[in-house]
Structures are given as structure tokens and as C-alpha cells.
Design a protein. Structure first.
Length: 535
């Protein structure tokens, strides 16, 4: 039976909807596509605050799209927000409004995650035939640049350059309602060149055989070029640098009112299209790209669909690891983590999570289990900087790593779980914990306690403990039942210092029971050794 899923992209300029019907074999068909211009990022970049009227427009459209998705039978609605939301100081207010009024849980994604998803959406149905390509997406608040082949990205970056953002930056010096002089257009391009110089330099380290544009801005510029220029034989959707230069000159030569009547230009884009042209013009010149192909049905929404199929096991990822786990492992290796220890702690943490759930100690699900695994894999990466306070270094590295496949909330949770795996348990006086909402605090309190136990169970980094379970005995207290294949005294000592945090998280006294071979006559038999931890 087919499953209907909705995908909503809350961008800086527009909110977009894609609803698809997915068959059990992974085949899918589009049910509907919608787009509404809401200008969520309007006047927001100067003080980094979403304006009330802009939020009202976006919430209303999200409500409409959510209702439309449900009318089509959507069992799940995946919703992400990009540049305007992630940069806003009041993003929590907007996210909560959408949750309450539209019934949607928003994932606020990083710029690099946005770039990855756009690349996935673009390359999914593209035949590159051994070529490497640069993919450019010009949004309202950011521009994503990715270099990759058919199977994987080689480089990606997100620039704080977008058609709305750049227009707002120059609003006091350039009157976009009037014609724009060549000197003013040059000023825009110089600003872009400076802002993008590091990204361009890194991208040029890779071979670029072709270029593809995945945004409405680039598609619009290609359509204008085709409708206003001479017949040159250029393929539909293609845009050469020479065509772009001509289109930019046309756009700059007229007023806003006249611009709105240019063939191929949606009047809603007329005030920001010159800034978009300046961004694309500069990037194509500096990257040495002579022609770019606009892809009309490829972008973030399509990337969300491909990602959804992959997570559901309906799309081959190209390796045995998910995007998220591959990103986590890459960060760990970059920080020279003890890989064997980290994987063992993750294994033990999952055993504790599962057994604690079976006994009713928590009601957390697969998402939280996965986040616990990633926190366990990364809990010690801070030792790369210094062992002293390495849990705090781990927190900083995770929060600032732009982990692919993660939204901002998941990244914050993984970082906080890793932070509280040692020293004092989480409390509201700690800013990293206080910044979380009530639900997230419960998750962090529970998972960090489990990570503390798991880390202690491999304190010697030797893999001595082979099994660990949390049980609730008839009198109501907890028993940590562990099995070791050799001397585990170092692990037992470590557990004695972890009791209080676990008891606080679960509100129960804890006792440790150890099963291990007897190193004496009758070796190979098992015996129980009670060890009390905590109160």
C-alpha cells in the first residue's frame, strides 16, 4: 500500500510544498506541488529578528500546506526551515507558532545540511556520465555551492549571500525601485566576490566539468534570457555568462515597475532579481563556468524526498553507513578519537537504553536511541584539544561541526548529552541545559545518565564488559546487571561515582551486580558479586 508524505521547505523568500505517494518498492509519484512567496526574511537580517508580519504570512501558508497534505492522506509531513529562520534570534518563537498553529514540527537545518540536501535532490535524476559538476543554489538568505559527481559530494559550502539579504544590505545606498547604474551593479559584484572568495578558492581545487543551478533565481534568469534574447541555439534552461551579462544590463536599465513587465520575470521577484543576478554572475565568472543549466524540479524539497527514501531503506546510500553516522565518524576521526572505545561505549549505551525502556524507566524512542549512539561516539572528541574539561570541548566541537543529516535541535541534543557524560549532572543553572526546552531537558537528563554508565563500563578501554542491562527489582530500586569476561574492578570503581547522576535521572536507588568467570578451581562457572553504588 502506498504511503503519502508531505515535504515543506520554509525558505527566506518562499514556502514550498511537495506531496508524494511512495510505493513499498520505493517508486513514487508527485501528488501536488505548491509555492507561496511569504518573504519570511524581509527586514530580518540587520537585527537578526523575524518580523511579526512576515511570521504571520509564513505561519498561515504552513497551516494551509499542512491541511492540504493531510487532505491528500499524508501520514508524515517533513518540515525544514533554512537561512532566515536559522539566523534569527527569535526563531524559537516562530518554530513554536508553526507547531501550535499548523501542527508541524520544524527542523532548522544548517547551511551545509541545506547544501547537501539540495545536491541530493539535484543529482538524483541527473546523468553526469563520469563528470564532476558544481551545483549552485541562490536562495533568499543564503547561497549553497557544492562540487560532486553522481555518487558523492566532494566539496560543499553555504554563503551568507542571498537575493533578499544582498538587496537589504545595499538598500540604503542603491535604490532598487529605480534603475541601477553600472557602477552600482559593479559594487554588488565586488561585495559578492569578497564574501565568496574563500568558497570559490576551495571549490576550484576540484575539477568542474559542468554547472547546474537549482533555484528559482537561476531558472528565472535563464527564462528571461531565452525570452528576451536572439535565437542562439542555447538549450532550454541553459544560461551562458554572455546571456547573463545581457540580462543583468536589461534588469538594471529599467525601474521596478518596468522590470515587473519583463517577459519571464515573476513580478514578485522583480525587486530582488538584480541582487540574484549579481551573485550568479560573480560566481560563474570566478569559478570559470561559461554556462549553467537550470534544473526546474530539483532542490531542497526533492533532497528531502531522497533523504526520506534512504532512511526508510528504499534508496541506496552508496555505503553501509547512513549520512548521519558517516558524518559523525568523520568528525570523530578528524579529532583522532579512540574509535574502538567509542564504538564500545555506543554499544553499551544502546544496551542500557533498550533495557531501561523495557522496564519502563523511559518512554523514549528510536530517534533518541540514535542520538544517544552519536553522543556516545563523540563523547571524548574534546580530548583532541585537551583532556582537562574535555567534555566541554566535545560540546563545542559538536555544536560547531555542521554535521550532515542533522538539524539544529538534534545537534544541540547530541552536544548536550556528550557534555553531561562527566562531572556534574545537568541542572538549570548551566546555560547549555537552560537553553533547552522542557522536553529536550528530559531527553538530555535521561540519555546523559545512560552515557555516564556506558562510559564507566569501558573505563579501561579494554572491552572487558560484554553485556549490561538495567532492571527494576520488586522493591523498586534499580539493578545494573553487567557481564565481564575478565577483571572489571576498574569499571566497578568508576560506577561508584556515577550512582548519584543515575539516581537523579530515574528517581531510584541503584545497585550493581557483576557476572564474571571465577579465576580459580571451577573456572568458567558464573557467580554474582553485589556492588552497591550511590546511596
Amino acid at each position: 500500500m502506498a504511503t503519502v508524505v508531505g515535504f515543506i521547505d520554509i525558505g527566506t523568500n518562499s514556502v514550498r510544498l511537495l506531496v508524494v505517494s511512495i510505493e513499498p518498492n520505493g517508486a513514487y509519484s508527485t501528488v501536488t506541488q505548491q509555492k507561496e512567496v511569504v518573504r519570511l526574511g524581509e527586514n530580518s537580517f540587520a537585527d537578526k529578528r523575524l518580523q511579526p508580519a512576515a511570521m504571520d504570512r509564513a505561519v498561515l501558508v504552513c497551516l494551509h500546506f499542512a491541511e492540504l497534505s493531510r487532505q491528500h492522506g499524508a501520514a508524515d509531513i517533513v518540515t525544514v526551515a533554512t537561512s532566515a529562520t536559522r539566523d534569527a534570534r527569535n526563531k524559537a518563537e516562530f518554530v513554536e507558532r508553526v507547531r501550535k498553529e499548523a501542527g508541524l514540527d520544524i527542523r532548522v537545518i544548517s547551511g551545509k545540511e541545506e547544501a547537501r540536501l539540495i545536491y541530493r535532490g539535484a543529482v538524483h535524476n541527473l546523468e553526469l556520465e563520469g563528470r564532476q559538476a558544481v551545483f549552485i543554489d541562490i536562495g533568499g538568505g543564503s547561497t549553497e555551492v557544492t562540487v560532486g559527481d553522481r555518487h558523492q559530494h566532494l566539496f560543499m559550502d553555504s554563503l551568507s549571500l542571498g537575493a533578499i539579504r544582498l538587496t537589504g544590505t545595499f538598500a540604503e545606498t542603491i535604490d532598487f525601485t529605480s534603475s541601477v547604474t553600472p557602477a552600482e551593479y559593479k559594487q554588488l559584484r565586488q561585495f559578492v566576490r569578497y564574501a565568496a572568495s574563500h568558497t570559490v578558492q576551495q571549490a576550484l581545487a576540484y575539477r568542474i566539468d559542468a554547472a547546474f543551478g537549482t533555484s528559482g533565481t537561476i531558472l528565472t534568469l535563464a527564462v528571461i534570457a531565452r525570452r528576451t534574447g536572439p535565437e542562439t541555439g542555447t538549450a532550454e534552461g541553459s544560461l551562458t555568462v554572455a546571456d547573463l551579462k545581457r540580462v543583468a544590463a536589461l534588469l538594471c536599465s529599467v525601474t521596478l515597475a518596468e522590470r515587473q513587465n519583463i517577459p519571464g520575470l515573476n513580478p514578485d521577484r522583480a525587486d530582488i532579481i538584480i541582487a540574484g543576478a549579481a551573485i550568479l554572475h560573480t560566481l560563474m565568472r570566478d569559478l570559470g563556468v561559461r554556462e549553467i543549466q537550470a534544473l526546474p524540479e530539483s532542490g531542497l524539497r526533492e533532497g528531502l524526498l531522497v533523504d526520506y527514501l534512504e532512511r526508510a531503506g528504499l534508496e541506496t546510500a552508496g555505503s553501509g553507513l547512513s549520512v548521519r553516522e558517516r558524518s559523525v565518524i568523520q568528525l570523530g576521526r578528524a579529532c583522532r578519537f579512540d574509535e574502538a572505545h567509542s564504538h564500545n561505549v555506543a554499544r553499551l549505551a544502546e544496551l542500557l537504553f533498550d533495557s531501561a525502556g523495557d522496564t519502563g524507566l523511559h518512554q523514549l524512542g528510536p530517534r533518541e536511541r540514535e542520538l544517544l549512539r552519536y553522543a556516545a561516539l563523540l563523547h571524548d572528541i574534546g580530548t583532541f584539544l585537551s583532556y582537562s574539561n574535555h567534555h566541554r570541548h566535545s560540546y563545542y566541537l559538536i555544536r560547531n561541526a555542521d554535521l550532515l543529516g542533522f538539524d539544529q535541535e538534534d545537534t544541540a541534543l547530541v552536544a548536550a548529552i556528550a557534555l553531561f557524560h562527566r562531572k556534574g549532572p545537568p541542572n538549570a543553572r548551566q546555560p547549555e541545559f537552560a537553553a533547552l526546552d522542557t522536553t529536550s531537558r528530559t531527553i538530555v537528563r535521561t540519555l546523559s545518565a545512560l552515557l555516564r554508565l556506558a562510559e564507566s563500563l569501558d573505563r579501561s578501554h579494554s572491552g572487558t564488559v560484554t553485556d549490561a542491562r538495567l532492571l527494576v527489582v520488586p522493591d523498586g530500586h534499580l539493578v545494573l546487571d553487567i557481564t565481564a569476561d575478565s577483571d572489571a574492578q576498574l569499571e566497578i570503581w568508576g560506577l561508584e561515582n556515577r550512582g548519584k547522576a543515575v539516581e537523579k535521572a530515574f528517581g531510584r536507588r541503584i545497585e550493581v551486580r557483576l557476572t564474571q568467570p571465577v579465576a580459580s578451581k571451577g573456572a568458567g562457572l558464573l557467580r554474582r558479586l553485589p556492588v552497591v553504588g550511590g546511596k
